[in-house]
Design a protein around this ligand. Sequence first.
Ligand code: ATP
Ligand code: MG
Length: 410
Amino acid sequence: MTPTRTRNPFTPGSGKSPPYLAGRENEQNRLREILADMADGDSPAADMVMYGPRGMGKTVLLRWLKVEIGGNKKLIHFYKKRNSVRACSTTANKLATPAKMWTFLLSEETLAEKVLGGETTAGVKAGASAADTVSAEAFIAKTWKEKEPTDGVLLNALISQCKKNPLVALVDEAHTMEPGLCRSLLNLSQEVREEAPFLLVLAGTPGLSHFLTTVGASFVGRSEKMGIARLDAQATADAIVKPLQEDGITVDADALEHVVEDSQHYPYFIQLWGEALWDVAKQKDLQKLTAQEITEVETKIENRRLNFYGERRATLDDLELLPAAVAIATIFQDTEITTRDRLKEIIADNLPVDSHATQSVNEHLRTLIRHEFIWNPPDTDLYEAGIPSLMKYVLDRQREHVQETSPAAE
Ligand SMILES: Nc1ncnc2c1ncn2[C@@H]1O[C@H](COP(=O)(O)OP(=O)(O)OP(=O)(O)O)[C@@H](O)[C@H]1O
Ligand SMILES: [Mg+2]
């Protein structure tokens, strides 16, 4: 029997929700807890900073949160109810100006009634309903310029909006925000939170924590951190098996164990495996997948992975950080974690030729973190490997290179 779905349900890529969101129960429970408090009128104590290496599932978790809050059509009738929590979401590149930030935070109603003047509701709606969002945006921009609403007016409008309907504002790729705008957003978040239930959720790569400390909002170190890391073995198996089961496909226990291990519990690779297994079941009209099918698709997966790693290694090479990356990968052969000081020592011994200042060691460390070669997960001051297992790839390539170039080579 072929799978019942005609399209492959797995989603290797970026931001698309997987067919089964596995292993995020702790994060989901924590977020639900905050939402429940907000619905009771309580403000969260701090902003939420969600961070993790690329491909771990930050965007997917933000999407889940948005649906949980009310993007879900089944819940939409609660939307207008007093105290029901609302969500607004965006990516940092869309928040280019203060006007865009405020139109993101303020509901259309608040914007029209309290900021732009009641008569503008029709204008905003006309622009939007003409299925021409550009003209709606242009309209807002023009009116904004004419009215020049002050920050105080806007802040008060946001506070009264949140008193009626608590707001969760989600910003993805927050590490790419314009620093001045990010500071304004953090400051206003603190001010609103003091008066009404409001939660700012910033999601980004491991460089986000450092970026936030540089924008000049001193309290940001006290934000709540949510690290988005690899799944455990059971969640990895579930993420693959459950969607396949829906189409009547099962996987042999041994074969599954191999797939789980090979995916390194990394959500992006998990989806790659799921996609390949579904495809092979469909092509060969199979209901049960065994080690034979795993072997058949393994090369395809490995090739996609090599391409993914190759691009990242090339970036490290462009940054002249390959020698430091190789040295770090070497110590990670014997350990899963290490200290910041140890990393700095290794970097200092392997600096690009033209850098000498002690400050540059910190800069290089930050660059390696920004490019997800290493990262500092929450609840520890230790560092672990970022994208799995880029370190192994970097070492393998280095060994090949040494073999090719050593005088002993034939
Ligand atoms: N909990 C999960 N279970 C199964 N698959 C997941 C899970 N979370 C994410 N994925 C899958 O992993 C891939 C990466 O997810 P996502 O794009 O959300 O990562 P990200 O952390 O936002 O990456 P980036 O930093 O590149 O934006 C996608 O293919 C997604 O479907
Ligand atoms: Mg993302």
